[in-house]
Design a binder for this molecule. Structure first.
Ligand code: HEM
Length: 517
């Protein structure tokens, strides 16, 4: 399936002619607004020549710093970082206008590339790091179709997920009345669930495919840290050097190659009766179909790219969100109790909670929505990039600017949320206790998954996963503070930094929820 004709751009575009989304793709951008005053650069902090804000910006807490800068410079500001222009968006309407309005659509939805895109994803042959072109659109459409539509209806898939969650809760039962770090159990379980979605098979801890999945995921997470990305983008040869960075790159490359071999060939034994359809199968099927029409836009390299994208993109936000959710449950026992009461009234104490229970559990659902606001797993959304200079609202955004959306700032802005620092699931409920509809005005300020054509490819999958872990845990266990260590207060200032943030490590004590009245 490898494209035998090389990867020349012209050739690539010709092939794309058969991609179902290609017709919408080539448009020339023209300025639509006419302003009486000449456009100018947005305001922003005074930059130091060459390095810009490199010294004053703390990459681990950039979202908090941008939230402060917003108060000084407004909802759209600019600064320079090591010779690059960076713009930060701090208002949901600006984000919507820039990323989804027809006239900007084709020019604000690229990604800036970087080390991972070039050296790990074979020059952005993937969904997440690729520019917004026909290939990206087609590939994303195929992936989203599977992740969001197919998995939600696939009973075999959720049967396997239930098996995994049963094994997970059975494992926890052996640690009853002890102080444990629950995330040590949740992290591998979430990884298995995502691996299942990709390869269609529930892998055991000792399966070599699972080991390479975890090895790749850990190394990608380490290399993806802002400081490592900055070092590797400036000096890519460091990947060959001895030392920590080079070692992590080599670990990543080794696990990547094994993982792709396992997922593309070894785990695809269709005679296995416990196997369900995975994303790799869905893409391979589509590739085969398209091949019959001599259209090879979905090459094997791109399927590799999707596997590599989904591994950290799906795993980390689910794990990070669960870590914050557990900390909230221990800090706010009345919320834990309310969720448990809803689970027991809808599901009972015996039956395992299922996805079909979600519509009957508005309080639990509201807790998950409030979690996405309060935590905002990706405090700064994935960077966008504009391929040409644009004029927006009287401001010029120079060509090739890195565009950051301060999702955390938007979700903690007092203009949009009452007491944004408080975890209040009720804000997503009507007076009658029903979940607010999607078109409720409050929801316009709620954008944890981003906005427009580059928005998250797995938001329903992520939500479903969080729902199943939460309901299964509270149905079985009462989570109490550890008896030996103080449980940290839930404070965003102490979350572990990263592209996806998570709660600090902490221990809880589990007791049997079924013995409670
Ligand atoms: C559970 C919580 C999750 C949150 C809060 C979240 C959030 C986000 C955000 C903010 C973006 C960037 C949007 C933009 O650039 O404008 C994104 C992109 C993406 N997400 Fe998620 N995500 C989550 C889970 C997942 C899951 C479970 C998957 C896969 C199954 C996934 C796959 C992706 C992919 C592939 C992209 C890149 C899309 C593109 O570049 O077109 N995410 N996500």
């Amino acid at each position: 399936m490898q494209n035998p004709n090389g990867s020349g751009k012209e050739e690539e575009n010709n092939k794309m002619a058969k991609c179902p989304l290609a017709a919408t793709a080539r448009r020339v951008y023209t300025l639509s607004s006419v302003s009486l005053t000449p456009a100018r650069l947005p305001p922003g902090p005074r930059d130091i020549p060459i390095i810009g804000q490199a010294i004053s910006l703390n990459p681990d807490k950039a979202h908090l710093q941008f939230t402060e800068w917003r108060k000084l410079y407004g909802d759209l500001f600019i600064f320079r970082l090591l010779g690059k222009n960076c713009v930060v968006l701090n208002h949901p309407e600006i984000v919507r206008n820039l990323f989804s309005r027809q006239e900007f659509l084709e020019v604000t939805n690229d990604r800036p590339g970087g080390f991972m895109a070039k050296y790990v994803l074979n020059d952005s042959q993937d969904v997440l790091f690729r520019q917004y072109d026909d290939r990206q659109k087609c590939l994303k459409e195929s992936a989203v179709n599977f992740i969001e539509n197919h998995t939600a209806k696939d009973e075999t898939f959720y049967e396997q997920v239930s098996v995994e969650i049963q094994q997970f809760t059975a494992g926890l039962r052996t640690h009853m009345h002890k102080d444990i770090d629950l995330m040590e159990f949740i992290d591998p379980s979430v990884s298995k669930q995502v691996a299942l979605m990709l390869c269609g098979k529930l892998l055991s801890d000792t399966d070599p495919a699972m080991k390479s999945f975890l090895g790749f995921e850990q190394a990608a997470n380490e290399l993806g840290k802002v400081k490592n990305q900055m070092a590797l983008s400036a000096c890519p040869f460091l990947r060959h050097a001895p030392g920590k960075l080079g070692g992590t790159f080599r670990k990543l490359a080794e696990n990547r190659d094994k993982l792709l071999k396992f997922f593309i060939t070894d785990t695809r034994d269709m005679t296995d009766k416990f196997r369900c359809k995975g994303l790799v199968d869905a893409l391979m099927e589509r590739a085969l179909k398209e091949k019959q029409t001599r259209d090879d836009w979905l090459s094997e390299t791109f399927i590799h790219g999707v596997v590599m994208d989904m591994t950290p993109a799906a795993v980390k936000p689910i794990q990070g969100s669960l870590s914050v959710l557990l900390l909230l449950l221990v800090n706010y026992p009345h919320i834990q109790q309310k969720i448990r009461a809803e689970v027991i009234s809808v599901v009972g104490k015996e039956r395992q909670p299922k996805l079909t229970d979600l519509p009957n559990m508005p309080y639990t659902h509201a807790c998950l929505q409030e979690l996405m606001r309060y935590h905002t797993p990706l405090p700064l959304s994935a960077r966008h990039h504009n391929r040409i200079e644009i004029e927006f609202d009287g401001f010029i955004i120079p060509k090739n600017t890195d565009i950051y959306t301060n999702l955390w700032g938007i979700h903690h802005d007092q203009r949009f949320w009452k007491e944004p620092e408080c975890f209040k699931p009720e804000r997503f409920l009507s007076e009658k206790g029903k979940l607010l509809p999607d078109d409720h005005p409050l929801r316009r300020n709620y954008i944890p998954y981003g906005v427009g054509p580059r928005a998250c490819a797995g938001k329903t999958f992520g939500r479903n996963s969080l729902f199943l872990y939460l309901t299964n845990i509270v149905q079985n266990f009462l989570l109490l503070p550890s008896s030996s260590e103080e449980v940290p207060v839930c404070d965003v200032n102490y979350f572990q930094p990263g592209v996806v943030t998570r709660a600090p490590s902490f221990k809880v004590r589990l007791t049997d929820a079924s013995k409670m009245e």
